[in-house]
Design a protein around this ligand. Structure first.
Ligand code: AMP
Ligand code: GLY
Length: 413
């Protein structure tokens, strides 16, 4: 069973279903793409109903896509019932659930990250901003669906962000505490690692494109496209990321009596003085995992089971190809957008992971902001990018929008 209904969950299912031939496969709630490889279960409300369903159906193994259920403790609930599930416990998921928790831990463990201060009082935060020089970043402590970080280039913008979070409470209690940190410059990359106790195995790096418009302009989104691997990140930097970021973070958790089992995703800024952590996520990246999984030459299910058993392999086999994944969205996303438009797809040269789609009477309709992740795999990043854009030209729906520069930073670093 896979919990979630986006492009990431379709990709997880696509990779896992290969190991489950002939078995029942459930997506809770799933989307218009997952229904072609399993059953969508749309009517479960809350984690108690999901647990009940898992018991009734005798689900062998559950993988959780989004952060919210992990931060709320779905893994603890499953384990209490003796059900097998992949993901960190509620305590360990604080690494994503509370930016203040993650920053304090990184400070203590000497993990490179932007300098910061934490505030739960509006006036104290405001006077800190007034005294310090821009640019800086204001972040909601709690979960805000990727929309809780504000890169501010002057005091006015900083105060506006504080008002939105702490006074208007746009994200509810998630913004009652804020982290204000220095603005880092460099290239952003996403590195995932399977973590099992003190053992870790890093995946190949990917680069997401968080802003809505070309040239990294416009509002932050969940991610408008990604590619893997990242040509400007070499072996030396990857081992530095393991030694200076992942391992000390796990030791820092252990010091608090917390064992981490699952995937840990570090959002990094590669600065002139080395990689620094922007944020930790306790789940697979969306749309990063859509480009990583097609390059994995291993049984994905076995890797997840081995993580749970504390038996991580020493190495993982990867394809030597590149993958580019472009998110096709509804115009207006991440703000207001319309849905319910018919989607026509006339090309099958790429992998299509569905996100905001639904099927009704055999017709596919748009049903969300991010509609599809179109993934092309080829010998080089450039070939993969060209293949993906060519495929997108054969996809049509009203108000379709996508970025035209996904992968460019890897092709011309
Ligand atoms: P977060 O939710 O913490 O990952 O922040 C969302 C996005 O804001 C990141 O992907 C970055 O693009 C940007 N961002 C976050 N923190 C910083 C920082 N300290 N310096 C520069 N950009 C940042
Ligand atoms: N693509 C960013 C994320 O999954 O958080």
């Amino acid at each position: 069973m896979i919990v979630g209904g986006g492009g990431r969950e379709h990709a997880l299912g696509w990779a896992l279903v290969k190991s489950f031939e002939g078995r029942d496969f459930y997506f809770v709630p799933g989307n218009g793409g997952t229904i072609t490889i399993g059953h969508n279960v749309e009517n479960l409300k809350g984690y108690d109903e999901i647990v009940k369903f898992a018991k009734e159906k005798e689900i062998d193994f559950t993988v959780v896509g989004p952060e919210k259920p992990l931060v709320s403790g779905i893994v603890d609930k499953f384990r209490e019932e003796g059900l097998s599930i992949f993901g960190p416990t509620k305590e360990a998921a604080q690494l994503e659930g509370s930016k203040a928790f993650a920053k304090e831990l990184m400070k203590e463990a000497h993990v490179p990250t932007a300098s910061f201060e934490i505030f739960d009082d509006f006036n104290a935060a405001k006077s800190y901003i007034e005294k310090n020089s821009a640019p800086f970043v204001v972040k909601a402590d709690g979960l805000a669906g990727g929309k809780g970080a504000f890169v501010c280039s002057n005091v006015g913008e900083g105060i506006k962000a504080l008002e939105l979070l702490m006074q208007e409470r746009k994200f509810g209690e998630a913004g009652d505490t804020v982290v204000i940190e220095d603005c880092l410059k460099g290239q952003e990359v996403s590195v995932h690692a399977l973590v099992s106790g003190d053992k870790i195995y890093q995946f190949m790096p990917a680069q997401d494109h968080k802003r809505a418009y070309d040239g990294d302009r416009g509002p932050n989104t969940g991610g408008m496209g990604a590619y893997a691997p990242v040509p400007f990140l070499g072996k030396v930097q990857l081992s530095e990321i393991k030694e200076r970021i992942f391992l000390p973070t796990i030791v820092g958790l252990e010091k608090r009596g917390i064992e981490y089992k699952g995937v840990l995703y570090a959002g990094l800024m590669i600065t002139r003085s080395g990689p620094k952590v922007l944020e930790f996520n306790v789940r697979f990246g969306d749309p990063e995992i859509q480009v990583i999984l097609p390059l994995l030459n291993e049984d994905f299910l076995e890797l997840l089971l081995r993580t749970n058993e504390g038996d991580l392999p020493d190495g993982i086999a990867w394809s030597d190809q590149s993958a580019v994944g472009i998110v096709v969205a509804s115009d207006g996303y991440p703000g207001k957008y319309e849905t319910g438009f018919e989607i026509v797809i006339c090309d099958n040269s790429c992998i299509l992971f569905h996100a905001g789609t639904r099927i009704e009477n055999r017709v596919l309709y748009t049903d969300g902001g991010r509609v599809l992740s179109v993934v092309g795999v080829d010998r080089s990043l450039k070939k993969a990018r060209d293949k993906t854009y060519k495929c997108i030209e054969k996809i049509k729906f009203t108000n379709m929008y996508y970025r035209k520069d996904i992968g460019d930073k890897g092709i011309k670093p």
